[in-house]
Design a binder for this molecule. Structure first.
Ligand SMILES: NC(=O)C1=CN([C@@H]2O[C@H](COP(=O)(O)OP(=O)(O)OC[C@H]3O[C@@H](n4cnc5c(N)ncnc54)[C@H](O)[C@@H]3O)[C@@H](O)[C@H]2O)C=CC1
Ligand SMILES: C[N+](C)(C)CC(=O)CC(=O)[O-]
Length: 502
């Protein structure tokens, strides 16, 4: 499988590099976009870097096609610098309307790009007040961690043209998200209305001494939290109605709404004492983990849930499969752009073994993909095989030099060491590009034989293939012969032979 190539990198500007801005930066970057972040806080670059490191450890494990090559990340010293040339701007500054107005005005003074706001509560018409181009501002409300959870609530106002909305939906799908178009603007959109109702009830339960923060979390994670992750509220309750379904469920539990079981919109008095009680219970519950540890535990669990849903093509897993499909189609479209003597591969989650790194057979697979592409480049590709001739591998010496992990990108290169009309002696180098240069992770030395497939015997290759091979061999002859070519197993430091060996 070759790595998807993005035709032209696009640029996203992330204004505000906190929890959510960092998550957006990671989501865009790991999906091949260039990202410029602006945040005046001197700690922002470190924080965003830590969120991106978490994302790099988690997001690639969800893709079975391989994500596109990462874009370029930069930290701008002014807001105008960040948004200049951006195709999309995501505003993620603190949740204050006056601040958001100021920042949105500054963005529009320097850019005409569409602007999504991460606001959890403000309506788009509130954000648009006083704006130079109100129609270009809308709500794009994500969920934390933005790089793993696919939902974005996309809330336009009447000022936002429908084609702008459609373009933004396409853009968000491109980075693996599920943009849910919210029909009518409303405070806190959909997700946070639901969450706030639950949170308020939870605060009451702690306030009234009914349960601790840990007990409430246990209730959620050992029961309906698990159900919600795969079926939501209404589908779950439909099942709870038994064979009689939703109508029966509503008849049975509807009256409880009027009793009522919950305190609904009443808020417990938000006193210092309540804050202290919740904070100290939360410390007792989770204080032995750092926030970074908790993030990693959360991400690992989410990846495992999401992979299970992916295998079942259900719920959020279906969104991930659709994104894989999009990336695979783009890969096919871009196949012709691959450099003839280099093969790009992405280490997929299914290539990882119980040691946590790329399993040994995948090194051979990566070498074989590289050779296939090389053969195609000298006219011995699939059309040639369909006509009844092919090169078969007779011998391989594979050296494992470094580990590769899920999401790593590998480049495979071929050097022709020798050939005649039937034999082809190749050197294949697999390297992992990194910020400090390339690391060679494996080499393969192979002898291939040209075969008449119907006869099941070796035979001379076709004239055109031999001519292209000769040209390639001539250019490779100028390269130094790899020092390890011709090496055999144990050549480095021979082991004593077993007693009595011939
Ligand atoms: N934390 C969460 O769970 C979620 C938050 N949101 C929304 O995302 C937005 C950001 O929230 P968080 O990331 O949680 O807050 P945060 O406090 O972690 O980050 C806000 C960042 O904005 C920066 N900032 C302040 N003024 C700025 C300016 N003039 N220009 C550029 N940056 C500036 C701050 O330095 C800070 O780094 C809010 O609108 C919030 O409602 C949305 C979904 C979830
Ligand atoms: C607490 N919150 C309102 C900021 C939460 C959100 O907006 C969404 C989320 O990630 O739960």
């Amino acid at each position: 499988m070759t790595a998807p190539q993005i035709q032209s990198p696009r640029k996203a500007a992330i204004i505000g590099g906190g929890v959510i801005g960092g998550g957006w930066a990671a989501r865009f970057l790991l999906n091949g976009w260039d990202v410029a972040v602006f945040d005046p806080d001197p700690q922002a670059e470190r924080r965003v870097g830590e969120v991106i490191a978490n994302a790099r450890a988690a997001l690639p494990a969800l893709s079975d096609t391989g994500l596109p090559p990462e874009g370029r990340l930069s930290f701008a010293s002014t807001l105008a610098e960040a948004v200049t040339g951006a195709d999309y701007v995501q505003e993620s500054v603190s949740e204050r309307l006056d601040l958001k107005h100021r920042v949105l005005a500054e963005i529009q003074a320097a850019s005409d790009a569409p602007i999504g706001s991460s606001t959890s509560g403000f309506k788009p018409s509130e954000l648009q007040q006083g704006a130079r181009a109100p129609g270009r501002i809308f709500v794009a409300h994500p969920f934390n961690p933005v790089y793993l959870l696919p939902l974005v609530e996309l809330v336009p106002s009447a000022a936002t043209p429908p084609d702008e909305v459609a373009q933004v939906q396409a853009l968000l799908r491109d980075i693996g998200m599920f943009p849910l178009l919210v029909r009518k603007e409303i405070d806190a959109h959909i997700g946070d209305r639901l969450l706030e109702a639950l949170w308020r009830e939870a605060l009451w339960l702690v306030h009234d001494g009914i349960a601790t923060t840990e007990e409430i979390d246990d209730v959620i994670r050992f029961s309906f939290g698990l159900r919600w992750a795969q079926m939501g509220l209404f589908e779950t309750y439909r099942i709870a109605g038994g064979e009689a379904g939703m109508r029966h469920f509503m008849a049975q539990f509807g009256p409880a709404l009027a009793w009522p079981w919950s305190k609904l919109t009443d808020t417990p008095p938000f006193t210092e004492a309540l804050v202290d009680r919740i904070a100290s219970q939360s410390d007792a519950q989770s204080g032995h983990h750092s926030i970074r540890d908790l993030e990693r535990i959360r991400d690992d669990n989410l990846v495992a849930f999401l992979r299970a849903l992916k295998d079942r093509d259900w719920g959020a897993g279906r969104i991930l499969n659709a994104h894989d499909q999009l990336l695979a189609e783009r890969d096919v479209q871009n196949a012709t752009q691959h450099v003839a003597n280099e093969t790009e591969l992405v280490v997929l989650p299914s290539w990882i073994d119980y040691n946590g790194h790329m399993t040994e057979s995948r090194y051979l697979f990566a070498g074989s993909q590289t050779v296939d592409q090389f053969l195609a480049s000298i006219g011995a590709g699939l059309d040639y095989v369909r006509d009844g001739h092919s090169y078969y591998t007779a011998e391989t010496h594979l050296r494992h030099l470094a580990e590769a992990r899920a999401g790593d990108r590998i480049t495979g290169r071929v050097q022709v060491l020798g050939h005649d009309d039937k034999r082809l002696h190749l050197w294949i180098s697999l390297v992992r590009p990194g910020p400090d240069g390339e690391t060679e992770i494996a080499t393969l030395e192979q002898m291939l034989l040209h075969v008449d497939m119907a006869a099941g015997r070796t035979c001379p290759a076709g004239a055109s293939v031999l001519a292209q091979l000769a040209a390639r061999a001539a250019s490779d002859a100028a390269r130094p012969r790899p020092a390890a070519a011709g090496r055999h197993v144990g050549a480095g430091r021979p082991l004593p032979q077993p007693e009595g060996a011939a």
